[in-house]
Design a protein around this ligand. Structure first.
Ligand SMILES: Cc1ncc(COP(=O)(O)O)c(C=O)c1O
Length: 442
């Protein structure tokens, strides 16, 4: 086995790292070489507390024995089965389990391999559905500023992160965006959902009037915007979006790649907010990130609406070689079993008040201009250095790592989302480390 802990900088060069300052990283690499439960071990043998469940995905903690064994057993039994016109039991079993976790009549599941693919799948299903219903004029999508929906052309277009868009030109045509809902003047240091901002949902009425409802296929939002810094929706904001979509016959897609699988103390954010969207995209926690897998779950009327025409005809010309990969299904089934057996969604719900108190104890600490939380998600927003956006948070991120804590840095925000097995002592450690790092930070 290659000793990955002793690589020289020369050997780092061929890997073009994603969403990474490659040259900076390769000059001072941070290598993780093993992981168990709440901790990584880095190349120097140091334990690093995982304050972010990897990248919002290792919800049951690392290297869970049951998942490891399920994947090992599957790879020895059948490594792969063609995904088109062919099946294997695990894919059907897992789809039924996912559907059972979904709200309302969301009861069909289309597999892909990443959140980005799940989002592009949802957008394509929306277009195909409207064509099947004789409304091919519904082609427009409405996303939201500061939304992150992955890196496919569709997801990038409906996403609202300027840095992710500016290198790629026009992307998908016919997309508009709702305003984001973060307003520090009105809501800084709110615990949970802000009471200000529900009126921002009315912007959807404005966009609908501008474009005409008959041109709009779907609205896509993250229930809580994760990647741009845990932006918690104002009270009743999402309910208003649902009402406006219903009024105009527009599909509502919840991108739950982060909020799915217990992050808010419920299976999906949809249940937390008591809303039934028309589609849910999910990934990450679906397999505890052990094997890449994602899914797009749809309401019954969408699936049924596509099941017209002769029986032998493919109803949806879409899919991936690795849709419902046997290893991913094995990992998914074992993961869902752990969530259920250990009551991890309930655990997240019960820990959320402690998490909230702990995070908000950082109010008043140097540089901190806002703290946001919902479920086991959290954000600490910092005042940036004048004229140098993102630099202070990056410094904080590096310092936290040096102090044995993994957090995420996004813009001016330190984002937090520990595995749902987190214990109070870990929460205390996360907060104490951030407190110390910020106190010493210029
Ligand atoms: C809400 C949301 N959608 C989509 C994605 C893209 O997922 P992936 O990186 O698996 O393509 C992410 C990733 O963080 C996400 O947070």
């Amino acid at each position: 086995m290659p000793d990955t802990t002793r690589m020289t900088t020369n050997t780092l060069e061929p890997y073009w790292m994603p969403f990474t300052a490659n040259r900076q990283f390769k000059s001072a690499p941070r290598m993780m070489v093993s992981a168990k439960d709440m901790h990584y071990t880095d190349g120097d043998g140091r334990r690093v507390l995982d304050g972010t469940a990897g990248m919002w995905c290792v919800n049951a903690g690392h290297c869970r024995q049951e998942i490891v064994e399920a994947v090992q057993a599957q790879v020895g039994r059948m490594d792969y089965a063609p995904a088109f016109q062919w099946g294997h039991p695990g894919a059907f079993e897992l789809a039924a389990k996912i559907a059972a976790l979904c709200p309302g009549d969301i009861d069909h599941v289309f597999y892909s391999n990443s959140g980005s693919e799940a989002v592009d799948t949802a957008l394509k299903i929306a277009l195909a559905y409207w064509r099947a219903k004789g409304q091919a004029h519904r082609t427009r999508f409405i996303g939201r500023e500061r939304g992150y929906h992955g890196v496919g052309f569709g997801g990038t277009a409906v996403g609202g992160i300027s840095n992710n868009r500016k290198q790629f030109g026009n992307l998908l045509a016919g997309v508009d965006h709702l305003p984001h809902t973060l307003n520090l003047k009105e809501m800084a240091f709110t615990r949970g959902q802000p009471s200000w901002g529900a009126h921002l949902a009315d912007e959807l009425e404005r966009l609908v009037a501008l474009h005409d409802p008959s041109t709009i296929a779907a609205v896509i939002v993250e229930p809580v915007q994760g990647s741009t810094g845990v932006i918690v929706p104002p009270q009743v904001y999402l309910q208003k979006l649902r009402q406006i979509c219903d009024k105009h016959g527009i599909l509502l897609i919840f991108d739950e790649v982060i909020t799915g699988f217990g992050r808010l103390g419920t299976p999906f954010g949809a249940q937390y907010f008591d809303i039934v969207p028309d589609m849910i995209t999910m990934a990450k926690g679906l397999t505890n990130a052990t094997v890449p897998m994602a899914a797009t779950a749809v309401r019954k009327f969408i699936y049924d609406g596509m099941m017209d025409g002769p029986q032998h005809v493919v109803e949806l010309f879409h899919g991936y070689t690795y849709s419902g990969h046997p290893l991913a299904c094995a990992a998914g089934l074992a993961t869902l079993e752990i969530y259920a057996k250990e009551g991890l969604f309930e655990r997240a719900k019960n820990l959320a008040p402690y998490w909230e108190d702990a995070l908000h104890s950082l109010k008043g600490v140097r540089h901190v201009v806002d703290i946001r939380n919902l479920g086991l998600m959290g954000a600490v927003e910092l005042e940036p250095h004048a004229g140098a956006p993102g630099v202070r948070t990056f410094e904080a991120y590096i310092k936290c790592f040096e102090h044995g804590l993994l957090i995420r840095q996004t813009g001016e925000v330190l984002a937090l989302s520990p595995p749902l097995i987190v214990e109070k002592k870990h929460i205390d450690e996360i907060v104490a480390t951030i407190r110390k790092v910020l106190a010493d930070l210029p």
